[in-house]
Design a protein around this ligand. Structure first.
Ligand code: NI
Length: 181
């Protein structure tokens, strides 16, 4: 494909699109130029931000598409090899077990902030890839956190809602100072 993708604007918390439930995409529409271009644009926009995950509502498209990748340096799973760039359309998450992990998250739609959120340690997820092929993976640790965070965007949920302690929602500068101690 010759289409190179273009930068899209990332909307910020307060925009009503971020609170909507995003719509499923028909399997036959996945190969349409409109969806294929949106996926390329989301990829370019995520890397440029820079970020490691992006959901379509964050670029004002209320559709069930997420993109992400996990660098090896942030992969705390047993293999620790990282996760290559991945597109999931109409993702489904199955939470495995009752183990939760607390960690700090950021979001391209909540600029300049970090907050501590509990997430399921292990999940299974499935959905269509960018070619319309259904796939399934297991994930744990940061890989699982990232997919849970991005899928929340499709249901109108932003991570600040999930923070349990008021003092665990910080400006990036305060968060950096805390983590250097
Ligand atoms: Ni986010």
């Amino acid at each position: 494909m010759s289409y190179q993708g273009k930068l899209l604007g990332i909307i910020q918390i307060g925009d009503p699109v971020l609170l909507q439930r995003a719509q499923e995409i028909d399997e036959i529409a996945i190969q349409s130029p409109g969806i294929q271009e949106l996926i390329e644009d989301m990829k370019v926009t995520m890397y440029a931000a820079p970020g490691i995950g992006l959901a379509a509502p964050q670029v004002s498209q209320s559709l069930r598409i997420i993109v992400f990748y996990l660098p090896a340096s942030r992969d705390d799973s047993q293999e620790g090899a990282g996760v290559p760039f991945t597109v999931i359309i109409n993702p489904i998450i199955e939470k495995i077990g009752n183990e939760f992990v607390d960690d700090w998250e950021g979001c391209l739609s909540v600029a300049g902030k970090r907050g501590k959120v509990a997430r399921h340690k292990k999940i299974k997820y499935s959905g269509y890839d960018e070619k319309g092929v259904w796939f399934e993976r297991q994930a744990e640790g940061w890989h699982a956190r990232l997919v849970q965070h991005e899928c929340d965007h499709l249901d109108g949920i932003l991570y600040p809602e999930l923070i349990q302690k008021e003092d665990e929602f910080l400006d990036v500068e305060a968060w950096k100072a805390l983590n250097q101690k």
